[in-house]
Design a protein around this ligand. Structure first.
Ligand code: SAH
Ligand code: SF4
Length: 383
């Protein structure tokens, strides 16, 4: 682990080592770890099981920092977009999305804005039994403070590269949102679909996954990548793997290079080969995300190519109609509802399970992939 010691990003054994280096019994390390990640203490002063002197030393030598909430944008669908300020002043975004009381087998990271599309999508299955489980909800996390991948349709990408988040910042981001929403780990699903490219921050994201998996099943965590092929092996070799989502977005190299210039560095064939090599657990499916853009990748031919490209993979396609942004994404249009349905129906007819992510309202712009983490908003400052 790199110094300085990252308290929210440290593993149990690192806490035990720290206790040892402070000439304390090693079990103190486990006590501190459990207080932070199981009890939810956000301040060493609250960790009553520790001697007072140790609480003070922790506060002075390895201070805890939780991102502060700089903005809070609730949407009519119940989701809340958070602007979170990190210790160095960087602003990132995370989204809280309440789940429904139904469980969609079509989409493990189904969110409040997603509902099964008309004909093509798999049906949601309500929970059986009298005792209703705690409502599910999803938190969308950022992995970097910007994104160097520079996809043409993505607001984060338009704004340029940022730095990697540390594991402690990723956990802190989660805790800031959980605390504000008054929720615990019960019912939680996590998607790394916020700002940044998780596979370009393999150290931070991998460590964060190790810590998260102490509390959340790997089946409830999804990491979405734009297809940084060299990083697949690192995540694939993990003992406990998250769900994998890959942003395919176009089934031919030419269109994909236009949408995602990174295709020139990591060709589409290599991305699909890496998906084929991914060690998928039984009963799991990976996800291919496909941002649907009018006149760009939404033709019947595009649907046919996608079906052929993904043939034989245990994969479901998550069609994400483009979230428009006239300022950052001028000229890019979301297809009509009919066109979206037709595209999804073609994939479905080709044998691919499909879900369509639909925004519920015009203000539901908290969508992952639309996160910018900047306070200055040209729509407010121009003219
Ligand atoms: N960098 C990772 C994860 C963050 S982006 C990745 O690209 O997979 C999360 C998802 O949001 C991606 O599938 C991306 O294609 C999608 N996305 C980006 N911009 C979007 C937009 N304007 N409208 C709809 N989805 C978008
Ligand atoms: Fe980065 Fe993902 Fe946006 Fe592409 S879609 S610019 S990889 S955050």
């Amino acid at each position: 682990m790199t110094s300085p010691f990252d308290p929210l990003g440290a593993t149990v054994s690192e806490w035990e080592d720290l206790a040892g280096s402070w000439s304390l019994p090693r079990y103190r390390g486990r006590q501190i770890f459990d207080a932070l990640h199981r009890k939810g203490d956000r301040d060493y002063g609250l960790v009553r099981e520790l001697p007072g002197g140790l609480r003070e030393r922790l506060a002075s030598d390895v201070p805890l920092f939780l991102p502060s909430i700089a903005r809070r944008d609730p949407s009519s669908d119940g989701s809340v977009k958070y602007g979170l300020r990190l210790a160095d002043g960087a602003l990132i975004e995370a989204v809280f999305m309440p789940g429904t009381r139904s469980f969609s087998e079509a989409n493990e990271f189904e969110d409040a804005r997603a509902h099964p599309g008309a004909a093509p999508a798999l049906r949601a299955r309500p929970f059986a039994g009298a005792a209703a489980p705690l409502a599910k909800f999803t938190i969308c996390l950022s992995s970097q403070t910007g994104c160097a991948v520079d996809c043409a349709f993505c607001v984060t990408g338009r704004l340029g590269a940022g730095r990697n988040l540390t594991a402690g910042e990723i956990l802190g981001q989660l805790y800031a949102v959980l605390d504000d929403a008054g929720r615990s780990f019960d019912g939680l699903r996590i998607v790394f679909m916020g700002m940044g490219e998780p596979f370009l921050n393999p150290d931070g994201v991998s460590r964060a996954l190790d810590l998260l998996f102490e509390r959340v099943s790997p089946r409830r965590v999804t990491v979405s990548t734009s297809g940084i092929t060299p990083a697949f092996a690192r995540f694939a070799s993990r003992e406990r793997r998250p769900n994998l989502a890959v942003s395919i977005n176009a089934a031919d190299s030419e269109t994909r290079s236009r949408l995602m210039p990174i295709t020139r560095t990591h060709p589409l064939e290599g991305v699909v080969a890496a998906m084929r090599a991914w060690p998928l657990e039984s009963h799991r499916r990976m996800t291919a995300e496909y941002v649907l853009i009018a006149g760009v990748n939404d033709s019947p031919e595009n649907a046919g190519r996608l079906t052929r490209l993904l043939a034989g993979l245990r994969v479901k396609v998550n069609v994400i109609p483009l979230n428009e942004d006239p300022v950052y994404l001028p000229g890019w249009k979301r297809p009509s509802e009919d066109a979206i349905d037709r595209f999804a129906a073609r994939l479905s007819a080709g044998g691919l399970p499909v879900t369509v992510r639909r925004s519920r309202g015009p203000d539901a712009n908290a969508a992952c992939g639309q996160l910018k983490g900047r306070t200055e908003d040209p729509r407010r400052t121009r003219g």
